[in-house]
Every structure is written in C-alpha cells, then in structure tokens.
Design a protein around this ligand. Sequence first.
Ligand code: NAD
Length: 498
Amino acid sequence: MPSLYIDGKWTAGSGGTADVLNPFDASVVQTVDQAGPDDVERAVAAARAAFDTGPWRTTSASERSALLRRISELLVRDKEEIARTETLDTGKTLKESRIDVDDVTAVFRYYADLADKDAGRIVDTGMDNVLSRVVHEPVGVCALITPWNYPLLQLSWKVAPALAAGNTMVIKPSEVTPLTSVMLVRLCEEAGVPPGVVNIVLGEGRSVGAPLTEHDDVDMVSFTGGLATGQAIIRASAATVKRVAVELGGKNPNIMFADVDLDLAADWAMTAVFLHSGQVCSAGARLIVEESMHDDLVAEIARRAQLIRMGNGLDETSEVGPLVSAAHRAKIEDFVASALAEGATLVTGGARPEGPDLQKGWFYPPTLLTGVRRDMRVIREETFGPILTVETFRTEEEAVALGNDTEYGLAGAVWTPDMAKAHRVAGALRHGTVWINDYHPYVPAAEWGGMKRSGNGRELGPTGLAEYQEHKHIWHNTDPAPSRWFSGDARVREEDGP
Ligand code: NAD
C-alpha cells in the first residue's frame, strides 16, 4: 500500500523509499515511500484547489463536527493496532501508546464539540444603524510539520482544530516515525474527508518540509519540533509572510520544597523526567530542590532509578523503552560526557545498559547528575533524554530565579503543601504550563504552548482553534447617509441647485 496521500489518492511518490526502524532492535518495521519535489507540489496544489474551489469551504460547522466525531470513533475502533504501531515506531511502552491514542481520541472529540459552537461574535458599536460582526474563517492551506516523540498526538493537536476551522492541509510527519500519521490519514479518508482536504507527504525535513514553509500557496505553517528548526522555519516563511505557529523545546524546572513528603518527591521527580526516557518536550529535566532535602532526595532517586525496568515497549512489564534512534542516543551520551568534563558528579546511570535484550536497540539508562552549575551545557540546553540534573536553592526567590533561568519557557512544576507559596511561585514562573503538586497532565480544553524560545503558538483549547482561523470583521451600515467629509460635496450640491 503506497504511503503518500495526495488529492484523495494513495500514491508511491517519486522520492524512493526509506526504512522505518524499530528502536528496540534496529529491525525494519516497514518500508515507506518518500515524496519527491513534484509530490510536494502536487500535495500543495491539491490542498489549494480543495480550499479555493472544493466543496469543503462551504461545509457547515456541524458537518465538520460530525466528521471529527466519526474520526474519533474510528480511533476507538483501531486503538490497539495504532498503539502497537506507535510502540514499534517510537520504542515507547504500549501503556504509553495506548494513553496517546486515548488522548488523540479526546482531542478529536473536543474539537467536534467546539466546531459547531464557535460562531464568531456580534460587536456592540453603540450605533443603532450598524450591525458589526466578527466572523471566523479558515486560514487556508496549512502545512503541519511534526516531531518523532509523540507522532500521532502532536499531529492530532493540529489536524483536529485545522479541520474544525475548515482548512485544508499537507501533513509532513517526522521521517523517523511516520507510521501512525499515515494511519490517521487513512481514518480521515474512511470518515469521509473530501479529496484534497488532507494530504500527507513523507520524507526528510530539508527536502520535503522546507519547501512547504517557503511555498507561495501555503498560508500557514504549524510546526512542532526543535528550536533550530523552528528558527529556520520562521526565517523561511518570511518572504511569503505566512502565519507561523511554532511549538519548540523546553528546559523545564521541577521545583521541590523541603516540606514535600520524600516518597512523593522522589516518585514525581522520576516520573517528570524518565517517562518515555525523557523524550518529552515538557520533561522535568531540572530538579530544583530545597537545600535541606537535597541529600535524602538524591539518595532515594538513585536507589529507585536503578530499578526502572528497561525493555521492549511491546513487553507489558517494561517501564521505559529505548531512545528513538542511534543518533539521538549519541547526542545523550555527548551531553553526559560534557557534563562530566565540566565537573558534574554522576550518581547513577551514565553508561549503556548490560543485558542481552538491550544490546541491539538504542537503550540508555536513567541518569542522575549532581554538582551541576548554571553555565553547563547540560543545564542550558534541552537534552531530551533520560538525564536528571539536580540544583539547590535556599529561598523561594532563589527557586523562582533558577526556574526562570532558561531561554525556554514551556512547562514546570512546584511541589509544596503550602498553597500560598505554591501559587506565588506558579505565578512568578515564565512557563506556558505550571503544575502544582503534579506533573505531565493536560486536557484538550486547556491551552498548551511555550513562552520565550519555547514557541509563539498555543495548541488545544479555544486558542488552539483560533490559530487556524482568520477573524474577519464585517461592518454593515443598515441606514447609510452621505458622510459630508469633503466640503466640495456640499459646494457641488449648491452649484447644482435644488
Ligand atoms: P526536529 O526539529 O528535528 O524535526 C521536527 C520536524 O521538522 C520533522 O518532521 C522534520 O523532518 C522537520 N524539519 C526538519 N528540518 C526542517 C526544515 N528546515 N523545514 C521544515 N521542516 C523541517 O525535531 P525532532 O527532533 O523531530 O523533535 C524533537 C523536538 O520537538 C524537541 O525539541 C522537543 O522539545 C520538541 N517538541 C515540542 C513540543 C511542544 O509541544 N512544544 C512537543 C513535542 C516535541
């Protein structure tokens, strides 16, 4: 079955093929087609035509809502197959993949609910003869470019609101993990999305993603991925002044006050960072702990981290899977090496694991570093792996200053039973999401996105829909009269006589 979907047809494309590898053992999961430059052109042309002349634009919001609901039902039907594929593609555990599919389903349901209730607004002008309306219209052709860590989930945050708003789109998933994105497009087709509305092209960022960001006929780029790519996309889109929403990385503080129960603190310090082997944009990679608790907490995390069961994501007893690729593991190893060279202390982890099952894949163990300084690369840059660094503070102000001492601003957490303190710190942190006494949860109805270099967009919630809309003002004067702005008008009338 071909892997590209352009103008309602599955096609092999002209870019050859690529193997998709299983991070557990480097075996080939599937060989997929790659798009050539002509395929990218055809996909954009199809999306353009479907937007400009197709029936899609004239569908009612309730029709689009019904379509999104049908997609959510198909996701429920195929949950197990999709989750299994996500695990084979990313290495994450089946438990996580199942949660991902449930979350994706919830996102489609949320935008199905919102689509037909989003009716723009009437503006009160204070004038009886004016009807002023702000109407919501789709932006047009959207390029949706996604990363490898939550392939299906990240895509759903874009596809569901983009469809709800009436846009057409060209999807470009990560070349590392394209499989469930293709599956989602199949479900869109089955649900009855008209030809040309949803297209998917596979391939490398430079050859397939970049042309979309420069294309005259693409009205918007929604991108989730790394900072450097996001910066390149903003630059590339400048010539055509297209709308660009970028969701980038994070260097997320997890702030623990000493009044937190030790068991709770150790448990959540680990869940915050080691879930999905730390390959989470909001991973709590910087543990910022009150000094008096440091030694006990570090000892407890070290004890527990060694017990985390690494293994095949398909094995229900595995707690974490491998890293996504050999290249990514090499990057993590480089971070640890540079931290140690700069004077950090390795408490646990820091070397490839032993054991016959863990040799073929790209495993790297939960790693704990103490004695870190704010100028170290491991503190300043997003590591995106199973590395937890520990810093200490003495006062609340110091905790906030450390939490904000990053160029990123995606997410963070504060832990304390003192509610007043918790809310003061949450209010002072410059991050797009702040959890109090929790880590990771999100709901489709609440916005997600970053401050500073973590991005300029918002996904989910009503704002996540607004990203894919033009808000047009229609002013209707129901009782027009001459304006008499120019005095000449009056003179002409005098000369013309009564
Ligand atoms: P990446 O930037 O390497 O790639 C992301 C996507 O962009 C891929 O599809 C890639 O092919 C494409 N791409 C690469 N170069 C391109 C170019 N010049 N023009 C257009 N497209 C191009 O990111 P990644 O390694 O796949 O993902 C990891 C990053 O994603 C991390 O930094 C992580 O924090 C971030 N992320 C952020 C969020 C969020 O919500 N803010 C969520 C998930 C992941």
